[in-house]
Design a protein around this ligand. Structure first.
Ligand code: IVH
Length: 678
């Protein structure tokens, strides 16, 4: 981007952020999630940091908070209701501790207190002589709105609190979070839908909207919940743990997964544990709150700006982020249905890097209105695969391109037909065959990717992670890790195996391509001929060289190769002339596949000898045996004929043994065979 374009992007970002900020702070509505909003803000901040001359005083990065709505009465908080600084990584948590230690010139004594950070709205409840007198929103931190009548409709909020002998204050300020459970959120949204009204984006929004209804009856019709987490002033207790105990004692609900943690590493463990378990809770949490447990130290640490130095919100990695659609491509399913898949600029969502998202069908593209080049919101809940949930059309630059469903199938070039909302390849066998070919590509005699069994290949295709064989070499750990049944470790194993097997020998490579009638043996003889032609002494060959040379072979030349008849020659010839195949080979080269020269052993004691293997071998796999024979100059054939020199008889040998007897071909047992290999 040049400077002019950057300025344009900044202007668009500013407008969009302003719009969402106003919706959020002033009207409790939001069309995108907090996390997606944050990524927009980060992008703006990054651009402004890079080009400080483009910062204007009206930029949302220069302003804070929302303004209170006029309709409710205002109440000035006795002590400001502050917010917490966020941390997103272990490093940031360590920095937080360092800062405190520098400030205290000492270690933080007495450990920390860890609790879940509910995603709702902060309120302050003012009790006078044990009776709830006022309930106030946070507002801008200093002045909040009087929403007492609405708060009184919430069952979790006691109207009267128990007297305590030890702490008996005339006025007690209790702070906590009003939230809506996931179940209630679904109920409300279903009702909205039934009435033909707009549904809400998340429980926080409904909770906020319900709390600020002028008519308390509306608030009461939506079940809101409340958890207390602290006080609006010092009530003389020694630590935060005691404060929680006291809240419980006088009748407040307190989130039950709070715990004392002795040091920072335990605090980090607490957060990581809940990041995994968050989906199991019946309400939304967006992180954990870690606070210095001892109140005297917490007080001493004081404040930086709007936040206490002694506490921090250690957030979970966001379930949503914004990124750009680099391309929309088409992938074929088993039944021939063409599914559009978006290639994304890599982005972290819920802790993993995402590079693509399926768009399901053409109607989904229309519904979202997504174009190539668009900035989009990607979200991922729990263990589910990522989805594009929103298109930020305000950020368009005019260069975005509409996606067109191709007229011909990208796999076999047949016509594409419409079938309801779906587009299908008119060749009914195409989808299933494509799958088989991919499974063959990774099979034993071919690329030998043991981590990618047929089921996994199917899964990757269904999720739009790969559209063809070459895509396998672009997979990222994050793509795999998020699939149910996979973890970091298994994803990592697959990725390293793929990297390791990018280098392949020529016969294996040719065999992997699913050229009709080209089995392992034919692949071998063609490879040998090709090697002679290319005079491979070089360590590595390029896939593009193979493509070029194979395309140069005439039908006659191919037929001259030993054991290649006219039919096979024709198939091989046609395969390499086909445009789709040419593109696949180029893509394989681009994605890093390399052909390595096979090191022939000098000892060619089996030169010219033809072997047939039958039955199971004990000391080695069939694949190994074949490789050994070939290395010593011999050939392996699948069927017994008069030309066969040896039939190796393994366990439970079948009809090949009979055939050998019939033709009088020499039969040897495994031990003799092993002797020959020595
Ligand atoms: S302690 C100085 N504890 O998170 C503020 N806050 O950014 C101390 N929140 O405004 C707040 N759960 O709305 C605290 N267990 C919890 C919380 C919690 C949610 C919210 C609260 C606050 C914001 C902090």
């Amino acid at each position: 981007m040049d400077k002019k374009e950057i300025k344009k992007r900044i202007d668009r970002l500013k407008k969009l952020i302003e719009k969402h900020r106003d919706l959020y702070h002033t009207y409790d509505r939001s069309e995108i999630s907090d996390a997606a909003f944050d990524t927009l803000k980060n992008e703006l901040e990054e651009l402004e940091n890079k080009y400080p001359d483009l910062i204007t005083p009206d930029s949302p990065t220069q302003k804070v908070g929302g303004r209170p709505l006029k309709k409710f009465g205002k109440i000035v908080h006795k002590n400001p209701m502050l917010s917490l600084n966020d941390a997103f990584s272990e490093e940031e948590m360590k920095k937080w501790e360092e800062k405190m230690e520098n400030y205290l010139k000492d270690k933080v004594k007495g450990g920390f207190y860890a609790e879940l950070k509910m995603d709702g709205l902060a309120v302050e409840l003012i009790y006078k002589n044990g009776i709830l007198e006022k309930g106030v929103t946070r507002g801008d931190g200093k002045i909040g709105e009087d929403i007492t009548d609405n708060l009184k409709t919430i069952k979790d909020i006691p109207l009267k609190i128990e007297k305590d002998r030890k702490i008996n204050k005339e006025e007690l300020l209790v702070r906590g979070e009003v939230y809506m459970t996931k179940a209630e959120f679904e109920r409300v949204n279903k009702e909205q839908e039934k009435n033909g009204w707009k549904t809400y984006a998340n429980p926080r929004n409904v909770a906020a909207g319900s709390l600020r209804q002028l008519d308390p009856k509306i608030t009461a019709s939506r079940k809101l919940s409340f958890y207390a987490y602290g006080f609006g002033e010092d009530i003389g207790l020694e630590n935060h743990k005691e404060e929680h105990e006291f809240l419980r004692k006088i009748g407040f609900p307190v989130e039950e997964n709070d715990e004392e943690v002795k040091d920072l590493s335990e605090a980090i463990k607490f957060r990581n544990k809940w990041e995994k378990k968050r989906e199991k809770l019946s309400y939304e949490v967006d992180g954990v709150v870690i606070r210095v447990n001892r109140n005297d130290i917490f007080e001493r640490l004081g404040f930086v700006g709007k936040a206490p130095r002694g506490g921090i919100a250690y957030k979970f990695s966001p379930k949503e982020a914004t990124t750009k659609v680099k391309n929309i491509r088409v992938q074929i399913g088993r039944t021939g249905i063409l599914t559009p898949v978006a290639d994304l600029k890599p982005v972290e969502v819920a802790g993993v890097i995402i590079t693509h998202a399926t768009l399901h069908n053409f109607d989904e593209i229309k519904r979202l209105g997504v174009k190539i080049g668009d900035t989009v919101v990607v979200s991922r809940a729990g263990d589910v695969i990522p989805k594009i949930t929103n298109v930020l059309k305000e950020l368009r630059e005019g260069k975005e391109k509409e996606f067109k469903m191709p007229n011909v199938c990208p796999v076999d070039g047949s016509k594409v037909e419409k079938d309801g909302v779906y587009f299908k390849c008119s060749n009914k066998k195409c989808g299933a065959r494509h799958r088989e070919e991919l499974q063959h590509f990774v099979a034993r005699g071919a690329f030998d990717l043991r981590g990618l069994g047929p089921k996994i290949i199917d899964r990757f295709l269904d999720e739009g992670m790969i559209a063809d064989a070459a895509d396998i070499f672009l997979l990222k750990q994050g793509d795999i890790e998020i699939l149910e049944g996979f973890g970091k470790k298994s994803a990592d194993n697959i990725i390293s195996e793929i990297a390791e097997k990018k280098e392949i020998t020529l016969p294996r490579f040719l065999y992997a391509l699913s050229i009709p009638q080209v089995g392992e043996e034919t692949a071998h003889v063609i490879a040998e001929q090709l090697a002679r032609k290319l005079k491979i002494e070089r360590e590595k060959l390029k896939v593009n060289d193979i493509l070029r040379e194979m395309q140069k072979f005439s039908l006659e030349e191919l037929q001259e190769i030993k054991d290649v008849g006219p039919k096979v020659a024709k198939d091989v010839y046609d395969w390499f002339q086909e445009k789709n195949n040419e593109e696949l080979l180029k893509k394989l080269e681009k994605n890093g596949v390399e052909i390595k020269a096979e090191k022939k052993e000098i000892n060619l004691k089996l030169e010219g000898k033809i072997f047939v293997l039958t039955g199971g071998l004990e000391k080695m796999s069939r694949e190994e045996a074949k490789e050994k024979i070939r290395k010593l100059g011999g050939d392996v054939s699948e069927s017994v004929s008069k030309k066969t020199d040896y039939v190796v008889i393994g366990k439970e040998a079948g009809s090949k043994k009979e055939k050998a007897k019939e033709l009088g071909v020499k039969m040897i047992r495994e031990e003799e065979f092993l002797e020959m290999l020595k």
